[in-house]
Design a protein around this ligand. Sequence first.
Ligand code: CDP
Length: 230
Amino acid sequence: MKRITIAIDGYSSCGKSTMAKDLAKEIGYVYVDSGAMYRAVTLFAMREGLIRDGKIDEEALRKRLGDINISFKFNPTTQRPDTYLNGELVEEEIRSLPISSNVSPVAALPFVRKAMVEQQKKLGREGGIVMDGRDIGTTVFPNAELKIFVTASDEVRAQRRFDELKAKGDSCDFGEILRNVRERDYIDTHREASPLRKAADAVELDNSEMSIAEQKEWLLSQVKMRTGSL
Ligand code: CDP
């Protein structure tokens, strides 16, 4: 069977990652969460004091970019890849609200994008990959055989993120999460460097009213159409 490249883009917290991870597992592809890479850069910058009160020291971050090594290792317990920053497991920490609050301005910096996109392209050289993010179908893999653009209402997305953080035992405020979701949408769609937008040849999926099972079935049918089989 032909091993294709699958690009999944969309707004924050619309369930892209869950969808992409499950699909990759189901069809035996590699899964890469490109957002985790921007989150790891943000964690590094915050720890090193390169972001203070939301202000990024861009020159310092540019100089330190070479000190940031991001890798993924498959976790057999969760059946999903974990993110490592310079060899340290940071999967939990990068999903916290302080990181979510600072990641979009970091991801808007052209030199950060250039470095991450280079790594993402390398990871996808062989095909057989599902990658999710904001610019995968437009910039990272413009020739991907299957591109999906996911949307859902902002309230639905904030509720999903709220439930996810609560399940992890994080104390969180729905209003704060909704504000964060809207703010990131705004920054992601308005930035100059590869803004979030639907690629002309992407299939749109509004999953506001869809269950995970329905979504999975829909996705598998899309893959089947592109590969001729599963
Ligand atoms: O999971 P969620 O949708 O909340 O976000 P994410 O996929 O973990 O991405 C976090 C942030 O990184 C996004 O809000 C974007 O600002 C940025 N990002 C990006 O600019 N380009 C990508 N390919 C992936 C993420």
